[in-house]
Design a protein around this ligand. Structure first.
Ligand SMILES: Cc1ncc(COP(=O)(O)O)c(C=O)c1O
Length: 368
């Protein structure tokens, strides 16, 4: 089976450096929030090229919840996001005690549609979470304009878009805060759970450092009610290795995506949008096709791990089907979920595998 993602291939391709990093931590005798976490935070900030601060946390969901809390929102405040995202985005909003409101996506980019976003703003709205889904940057210029003219905070969910860019500027450097998951399948993936928040404001970064560890100040007095969401040293050491290779690994993803584009271009399929002004992180290669079930079955029957991202938009999951504001008016989201199909893509995927997958897609069209 060609999997749609392969974290063990990523480990194998950086094995020597990762093994050394792990050994270094084991020998150090210091396993949680130490030198490796501090170094990773500094390197992650530097990677974003400006005067940023980074705070390592336990996972990408906590990164969202803690970011919203660091902004000082009040219970019940509304946060607008897309329903076309990982459930985690919405779980993070709820975990922090805020109310998710759903806006629709732009069918071309599959990211938050600025017009729909504008239509969801009410007196209760306090923040927006644009999700750079599948590695595709959102229209951050329009979103920031809407946010600034309505006095709203912006937390970019960059969990699927590490190192993507818009006109030479990395995603994560547009909003007030940016959150990243480092789950093993992500473009910057640990060997377990991990997450990080990026922000330009040192006070918010300090607040996040307190919130991630029981709300403690330097004297270990809890000055806020916090949580335990610490990043451990082993994961930070692995992430330091992976960060060094992130640009090269993302380039490999884009080259493989180019191959898919070339081989599938002539078929009646919608391929991922690519813009010359942006650098797509190509976390997932998602195509669209009416009645995609037959094609998905054909690929799976032939050893190809075609899958769905996702099988449901968040508002259609049982737990979230209880009338969230905006959920009844998401035509582009609903349409996308009838058509989406994810093809395998990860930096170590062989070009021959792309050939095989493309041949099977062609074979299915020839048969039908
Ligand atoms: C868009 C998005 N946001 C947030 C998360 C949450 O990350 P984690 O699984 O590390 O909590 C993920 C990961 O699945 C994601 O894809």
């Amino acid at each position: 089976m060609i999997p749609f993602s392969d974290p063990s291939a990523s480990y194998q391709s950086h094995k020597d450096e990762i093994d050394q990093a792990i050994r270094r931590v084991l020998d150090s005798g210091w396993y949680v929030l130490g030198h490796e976490v501090e170094s990773f935070e500094q390197e992650f900030s530097d990677f974003h090229g400006h005067d940023f601060h980074s705070v390592g946390v336990a996972n990408g969901t906590d990164a969202i919840a803690l970011s919203l809390r660091a902004l000082g929102l009040k219970e019940g405040d509304e946060v607008i996001t897309a329903s076309h995202t990982a459930v985690a985005t919405v779980a993070g909003i709820e975990q922090a005690g805020y109310r998710p409101v759903f806006a629709d996506i732009d069918p071309l980019t599959r990211c938050l549609c600025p017009q729909s976003l504008q239509s969801r703003i009410s007196d209760r709205t306090k923040a927006i979470i644009p999700v750079h889904i599948f590695g595709q940057p959102c229209d951050m210029n329009s979103i920031m304009e809407i946010a600034r003219s309505n006095d709203l905070w912006v937390v970019e969910d960059c969990s699927q878009a590490h190192a993507a860019e818009i006109e030479g500027k990395k995603v994560g450097s547009f909003g007030d805060l940016a959150t990243f998951s480092c789950y093993p399948t992500k473009n910057l993936g640990a060997l377990g759970d991990g997450g990080v928040v990026l922000c330009p404001d040192p006070e918010k970064a300090e607040r996040l450092r307190q919130l991630r560890q029981y709300g403690w100040d330097n004297e270990r007095e809890s000055i806020h009610s916090g949580v335990n969401s610490r990043l451990d040293e082993l994961q930070a050491a692995v992430l330091r290795v992976k960060l060094k290779h992130l640009d090269i690994d993302n380039n490999k993803r884009r080259q493989l995506a180019d191959l898919y584009d070339e081989r599938l271009r002539d078929l009646p399929l919608t391929l991922p949008h690519r813009s010359a002004k942006e650098i797509h992180a190509m976390h997932l290669y998602v195509i669209e096709r009416e009645n995609r079930e037959g094609l998905m079955k054909h690929l799976r029957d032939n050893g190809i791990g075609a899958s769905l991202h996702y099988h449901l938009p968040v508002h259609r999951h049982q737990a979230y089907s209880g009338g969230f504001h905006g959920a009844d008016d998401l035509p582009n989201t609903e349409a996308f979920y009838q058509r989406n199909l994810t093809l395998p893509l990860f930096p170590e995927l062989e070009k021959e595998s792309i050939e095989k997958i493309a041949n099977e897609v062609h074979a299915w069209f020839e048969r039908t």
